[in-house]
Design a protein around this ligand. Structure first.
Ligand SMILES: *[C@@H]1O[C@H](CO)[C@@H](O)[C@H](O)[C@H]1NC(C)=O
Ligand SMILES: *[C@@H]1O[C@H](CO)[C@@H](O)[C@H](O)[C@H]1NC(C)=O
Ligand SMILES: *[C@@H]1O[C@H](CO)[C@@H](O)[C@H](O)[C@H]1NC(C)=O
Ligand SMILES: *[C@@H]1O[C@H](CO)[C@@H](O)[C@H](O)[C@H]1NC(C)=O
Ligand SMILES: *[C@@H]1O[C@H](CO)[C@@H](O)[C@H](O)[C@H]1NC(C)=O
Ligand SMILES: *[C@@H]1O[C@H](CO)[C@@H](O)[C@H](O)[C@H]1NC(C)=O
Ligand SMILES: *[C@@H]1O[C@H](CO)[C@@H](O)[C@H](O)[C@H]1NC(C)=O
Ligand SMILES: *[C@@H]1O[C@H](CO)[C@@H](O)[C@H](O)[C@H]1NC(C)=O
Length: 907
C-alpha cells in the first residue's frame, strides 16, 4: 500500500545518494560496457527525476489542498481531517483519490453532498494530475468558476445541484481538457454559448434543470464525442430539436424532456445508432415519429415521448434491437392499432400507451412478455381479452387498462401472478364471474374492475392481505358481501355500489379503518352496522330499500326478522311492477285498440326507497285511470303516501345498464325543492319513473282552484324555490342538467306550499330523440321558448323562458294553458296576452291577479312581473340568468318578509 509518511524525506535522500554513486560507477566502466552504460544511465536519470519530483511535490500537494479547504465553509466539519497535523497521508483524506502512476498524486476530489459553500479556490489547479472534481449537491452560490479552466488536466467537472447562477460565458471553451461537464440543477441562465462547441473532447454535457433560454446552437453538433446530452427541464429553452443532433452518432443518452421543445422529431435521428435512452417527454412536439425512430435505433433501451402532441401510428420496428425495456408513448394523439411485432420486445418491462386513440385488438403477445412489469393502456379504444396465459408474465406488477372495450372474463391466470400489485380495468366489457383466485397475489393493493359486466358472487378474498382499495361498482354481482373482506386489515376504500348484492352488511367490516364505504344501489337489507353510519368512513347506503338503521328512511323494527321483511318487500316491489305492467298494458291496448301490444321482455326494477304496497292497493291502481290532462298516474298507498308515476317510451337504443346509470344519476339529486325519484321499472318498451308525490298537488291545480287562493308571499316563495332548484341542477349538480319541461303542472307543492320540481331532465334518461317526440306529443307550447324550434341545443335560456311563463301565471293568477275565452283573435299564449294588455292599458297593474292584490304588495308583484317579462324575452340573450333571477327574487322576498306582519291574509 502507501509508504509511511514519516520516512519519506530520509528515504529519498538515500536514493539520491545511491543514484549519484551509481552514476559515477557507470562512468568509470563506460568504455568497456557501452550497452550496459546507456541502460543504467537511463535508469539512473529516471530514478533521479522520479524521486526528487516526488519529494518536492509531496508537500506542495498538501498545501494546495489546505488552501482549497481554507476558502470553503464547511458547517458539518466534513473536512476536519484535512490538516497538516493529521496523521494520515493526504491521499487518505476525505474525498481524495490519488493515482499510483507515475507515483502518488491527487487525481480526484469528490466532495459531494457535504453542505459545503464558500469559494471554490483554483489552488487545486496546481495539482498536476487532478482529472476529476465533483462538488455536486452542495451549497456553492456563485457564478460558474471559470478560473478552474487553469486546471489543465481536468477531465470531469461536476457542479450539479448547487446554487450556481449567471450565464455560461464564452470562456467556457478554455476548459479544453474537459470530457464531462455537469452544471445540472443550478440556476444557470442565458443562452447556450456557441463556443461550447470548442470542447471537442466532451463526452458528457449536462445542463439540465436550469434556466437556459434561446435555442440549441449549431455548435452542439460539433461535439462528435458526446455520449450523453442532457438539456432537460429548461422550460425557457423554446426551440425545435435541431437536426444536427442526429449527427452525434456516439450519443447514448439524449435527454430533452420537460423543456420547451416543439416541432417535429427530426428524421436525422435515424443516425443516432448508438442511442440507448431517448427522453423527449413533456414537451410540445408534434408530427409523427414513425419515420424518425424506427428500426435503425437498434440499441434503444428506453423511449419516452409521452405528454407531447405527437400523432400517427405506433412506431414500427421499435423492438428490432430486442433491447427495449421502457416504452412510453402516453398522452399523445397516437392512433391505429398496436402491432403484434411488439412480441419481439422480449426485454420490455414498462409499456405505457395510455391516453391516446389506439384502437383495434390489444396484442395478446404483450400479456406473455417474460419481463413485463407495467402495462398501461387506459383511455384508448382497444378491444381484446386478457388471456389465461397472462400467468406467464411472472414479473407483472401493474395493469391499467380502464376505459377501453376489453371483453372476455377475468382469467384465472391473473391470480397466479405473485407480483401483481395493481389491476385496474374499469369501464370495459369484462363479463362472467370473477375467478375465486382473483385476489391471490400477496402484494395486491389496488383492484378496480368497476363498470364492467361481471356477475355471480364475489369470491371470498383470502390471500391479498395488502389490499387497500377494492372497487367492484357498476357490475351485476349478486349474493352477499363476502365476510372475509373484514380480514383485510389495510382495506381503506371499498366500493360495491350499483350491483345486485343481497343480504346483510357484515358486522365485522366495522373493524376496518375504512375511509370510503359505498354499497349504494344494491338490494342489501337489515341493520347497518353502527359505526358504518356514525363512524368516520364516508358511507353511501342509499338505494337499498331493505337497509334500516339510524339516519335511514327505515328504522329497524325488532319484531320482524329482516330477512322476512326484505323478501316481503321484494315481493311487493315485484307486485307493483306487475301492476304497472298491467296498467300500461291496459292503457296501451286502449290507445292502439286494434293493435295487440305484448311485452316481449321482462320487467326490471330498481328502488331507492322502501315502498310498502299491498295487493289490495295495487288492484285499486289497476282500476283507476290516469286523471285527464295529467302526465302522471297517482297511486295512493295505505301508509298515506302518494307516489306519482311517469310513463316514458323506452327508446331501446340504450342498454339497461346505461338506463339504470342514467336514472340513478337523477335519483341522486338531493334538493329541498326537487322531488325525489323513488325508483323505476322498465321493459324494453316502457319506462316508469316513480316520484314522491306531494300533498297539495301541483301549482297548476292550486291556481285553477277557484276557492282558496295562494297569497302573494307564498307565490313568491314558490317562485324562488323553483329558481333555486333550476339553478341547482344546471349549475351545482354534476352532471349539469336542464329541466326542459318546466310548467305549472310539474311544480308540486308540499303541505307547507314549498315547491318541488318534478319531471325534469327526461332527455338525460331517454336521449334527445325520444325526448323530442315525448315533448311534442304532450307539450303545451306556450312554455316553450321560441328558439326551441330552430335551435339544436337545449340551453339554460330555454328553461328561463319557461320559468318566466310560470312567473306570469303566479302574478296573473291565470293558467298559461287556458286561452282567454272571449278572445276573437287567434289563440294567444299567456306571454302575448300579458304583453298586449300592458300595451293597451295605461298601467300594468291591470294584468295582476286582482284576488290577491293589496296596496302593500302591489309594488312587489309589479317588480316580479318585470322579471317575468324579461325572462320571456323573445331574444334568448336578453333573458336574465338563473343566478340573476334568484338575486332579484330574493331582493323582493326580503321586503315581503319585512312587511309580512302587516299583510292581511287574503281569503
Ligand atoms: C488510509 O486509510 C485506511 C483505512 O481507511 C487505513 O487502513 C490506512 O492505514 C490509511 N493509510 C494511511 C497512510 O494513513
Ligand atoms: C445541509 O444544510 C441544511 C441547512 O442549510 C440542512 O437543513 C440539511 O439538513 C443539511 N444537510 C446535511 C446532510 O447535513
Ligand atoms: C454529478 O453529480 C451528480 C450528483 O452527485 C450525479 O448524480 C451525476 O451523475 C454526476 N454527473 C456525472 C456526469 O457523473
Ligand atoms: C405548443 O405549440 C403550439 C403551436 O405548435 C403553441 O400554440 C402552443 O402555445 C405551444 N404550447 C406550449 C405549452 O408551449
Ligand atoms: C375514455 O377514453 C377516451 C378515449 O378513448 C377519452 O376520450 C375519454 O375522455 C376517456 N374517458 C375518461 C373518463 O377518461
Ligand atoms: C375506479 O374506476 C372508476 C371508473 O374508471 C373511477 O371513477 C374510480 O375513481 C376508480 N376508483 C378508484 C378507487 O381508483
Ligand atoms: C328551497 O330549498 C331551499 C334549500 O336549498 C330551502 O331553503 C327553501 O326553503 C326551499 N324553498 C324555497 C321556497 O326556497
Ligand atoms: C307594445 O308596445 C311597444 C311600443 O310601445 C311595441 O314595441 C311592442 O311591439 C308592443 N308589444 C305588443 C305585444 O304588441
Amino acid at each position: 500500500m502507501l509508504p509511511h509518511s514519516h520516512s519519506h524525506s530520509h528515504l529519498s535522500l538515500e536514493i539520491l545518494f545511491f543514484s549519484i554513486s551509481s552514476l559515477l560507477q557507470s562512468y568509470l566502466m563506460a568504455t568497456r560496457f557501452k550497452l550496459q552504460f546507456s541502460i543504467s544511465l537511463a535508469f539512473t536519470f529516471f530514478c533521479f527525476f522520479f524521486f526528487t519530483t516526488f519529494s518536492f511535490t509531496e508537500n506542495e500537494e498538501l498545501g494546495n489542498l489546505l488552501r482549497f479547504k481554507a476558502s470553503i465553509d464547511d458547517p458539518k466539519g466534513s473536512l476536519s481531517g484535512w490538516s497538516n497535523t493529521s496523521s494520515s497521508h493526504h491521499c487518505n483524506w476525505t474525498g481524495i483519490t490519488c493515482t499510483r502512476a507515475p507515483s502518488l498524486y491527487v487525481s480526484s476530489i469528490n466532495l459531494k453532498s457535504l453542505n459545503l459553500s464558500g469559494d471554490i479556490s483554483d489552488s487545486i489547479c496546481n495539482l498536476p494530475y487532478l482529472t476529476h472534481l465533483d462538488l455536486s449537491q452542495n451549497l456553492f452560490n456563485q457564478p460558474i468558476p471559470l478560473h478552474l479552466s487553469r486546471c489543465l488536466t481536468l477531465e470531469t467537472l461536476n457542479l450539479s445541484s448547487n446554487l450556481i447562477w449567471g450565464t455560461i460565458p464564452d470562456q467556457i471553451s478554455e476548459f479544453s481538457s474537459l470530457k464531462v461537464l455537469d452544471f445540472s440543477s443550478n440556476h444557470v441562465e442565458g443562452k447556450i454559448p456557441e463556443d461550447l462547441g470548442l470542447l471537442f473532447n466532451l463526452q458528457v454535457l449536462n445542463l439540465g434543470s436550469n434556466l437556459l433560454t434561446g435555442t440549441v446552437p449549431p455548435a452542439i453538433g460539433k461535439l462528435s464525442e458526446l455520449i450523453v446530452l442532457d438539456l432537460s427541464e429548461n422550460s425557457y429553452l423554446v426551440s425545435d430539436i435541431p437536426s444536427f443532433i442526429g449527427k452525434l452518432d456516439k450519443l447514448e443518452q439524449l435527454l430533452l424532456h420537460k423543456s420547451g421543445f416543439h416541432g417535429e422529431i427530426p428524421t436525422s435521428f435515424v443516425g443516432l445508432t448508438s442511442l440507448k435512452t431517448l427522453d423527449l417527454c413533456l414537451n410540445n412536439l408534434s408530427g409523427e415519429i414513425t419515420r424518425s425512430i424506427g428500426p435503425s435505433l437498434k440499441n434503444l433501451v428506453s423511449l419516452d415521448v409521452s405528454q407531447n402532441k405527437l400523432s400517427g401510428s405506433f412506431p414500427s420496428g421499435i423492438c428490432s434491437g430486442k433491447r427495449l425495456i421502457n416504452l412510453s408513448l402516453h398522452s399523445n394523439f397516437f392512433e391505429g392499432s398496436l402491432p403484434n411485432s411488439i412480441g419481439e420486445c422480449l426485454s420490455l418491462e414498462r409499456f405505457q400507451v395510455q391516453n391516446n386513440g389506439f384502437s383495434g385488438e390489444f396484442p395478446v403477445v404483450l400479456w406473455k412478455l417474460p419481463k413485463i412489469k407495467i402495462i398501461r393502456a387506459d383511455n384508448n379504444r382497444l378491444t381484446g381479452q386478457v388471456p389465461d396465459s397472462v400467468s406467464l408474465a411472472t414479473a407483472l406488477e401493474q395493469v391499467e387498462i380502464d376505459n377501453n372495450s376489453f371483453s372476455g372474463d377475468i382469467p384465472h391466470g391473473l391470480g397466479l401472478i405473485k407480483s401483481l400489485y395493481k389491476f385496474s380495468a374499469s369501464e370495459n366489457g369484462f363479463a362472467g364471474e370473477l375467478p375465486p383466485n382473483f385476489c391471490d397475489s400477496p402484494v395486491l393493493s389496488i383492484v378496480n374492475i368497476s363498470h364492467n359486466r361481471l356477475l355471480g358472487k364475489i369470491p371470498e378474498v383470502k390471500n391479498c392481505k395488502k389490499l387497500v382499495s377494492l372497487s367492484l361498482a357498476g357490475n351485476a354481482f349478486t349474493g352477499a358481501i363476502p365476510p372475509s373482506l373484514a380480514d383485510l386489515h389495510v382495506l381503506t376504500y371499498l366500493d360495491l355500489s350499483d350491483n345486485s348484492l343481497t343480504g346483510l352488511i357484515p358486522q365485522d367490516l366495522q373493524n376496518l379503518k375504512l375511509a370510503l364505504f359505498n354499497v349504494s344501489f344494491n338490494q342489501l337489507s337489515g341493520e347497518v352496522p353502527h359505526s358504518l353510519v356514525s363512524g368516520l368512513p364516508a358511507s353511501f347506503l342509499q338505494g337499498n330499500p331493505g337497509l334500516c338503521g339510524p339516519g335511514l328512511p327505515n328504522s329497524c323494527s325488532s319484531n320482524l326478522s329482516s330477512v322476512h321483511k326484505t323478501s316481503g318487500k321484494a315481493l311487493m316491489l315485484a307486485l307493483i311492477c306487475l301492476a304497472l305492467a298491467i296498467v300500461t298494458f291496459l292503457v296501451v291496448s286502449y290507445r292502439y285498440s286494434r293493435k295487440k301490444v305484448q311485452f316481449k321482455s321482462s320487467w326490471n326494477s330498481e328502488f331507492y326507497y322502501p315502498l310498502r304496497l299491498t295487493e289490495h292497493e295495487l288492484m285499486k291502481v289497476v282500476n283507476e285511470s290516469c286523471p285527464s290532462g295529467s302526465e302522471v298516474y297517482v297511486l295512493s298507498l295505505s301508509s298515506g303516501e302518494l307516489i306519482a308515476v311517469k310513463k316514458l317510451v323506452n327508446p331501446r337504443n340504450i342498454s339497461s345498464k346505461a338506463l339504470k346509470a342514467q336514472v340513478r344519476t337523477i335519483a341522486k339529486i338531493r334538493h329541498k325543492n326537487i322531488t325525489q325519484i323513488l325508483g323505476f321499472c322498465f321493459t324494453d318498451e316502457l319506462i316508469f319513473l316513480i316520484y314522491e308525490f306531494t300533498q297539495n298537488g301541483s301549482l297548476h291545480d292550486m291556481l285553477s282552484k277557484s276557492g282558496d287562493q295562494l297569497q302573494w308571499s307564498i307565490r313568491l316563495k314558490i317562485a324562488l324555490g323553483v329558481a333555486q332548484a333550476l339553478a341547482y341542477i344546471s349549475k351545482d349538480y354534476v352532471p349539469h342538467l336542464l329541466h326542459r319541461n318546466l310548467k305549472s303542472t310539474n311544480i308540486l307543492l308540499d303541505k307547507d306550499f314549498e315547491p318541488k320540481l318534478t319531471d325534469f331532465a327526461l332527455d338525460y334518461i331517454v336521449g334527445e330523440t325520444s325526448f323530442q317526440s315525448l315533448v311534442h306529443a304532450n307539450s303545451n307550447s306556450c312554455y316553450t321558448a321560441p328558439e326551441n324550434n330552430y335551435s339544436k341545443k337545449a340551453t339554460e335560456e330555454m328553461d328561463v323562458y319557461s320559468f318566466g311563463v310560470v312567473l306570469l301565471e303566479l302574478v296573473t293568477g291565470q293558467s298559461a294553458e287556458k286561452v282567454e275565452e272571449g278572445s276573437s283573435e287567434e289563440s294567444l299564449d299567456i306571454v302575448k296576452q300579458v304583453r298586449r294588455k300592458i300595451n293597451l292599458t295605461t298601467g300594468a297593474s291591470q294584468v295582476l291577479d286582482q284576488k290577491i292584490l293589496s296596496n302593500s304588495c302591489q309594488p312587489d308583484i309589479l317588480k316580479t312581473l318585470d322579471i317575468a317579462l324579461d325572462c320571456t324575452a323573445v331574444a334568448a340573450e336578453k333573458r336574465p340568468s338563473l343566478v340573476q333571477i334568484i338575486k332579484l327574487l330574493e331582493g323582493i322576498s326580503s321586503s315581503v318578509s319585512a312587511s309580512a306582519e302587516k299583510l292581511p291574509v287574503s281569503a
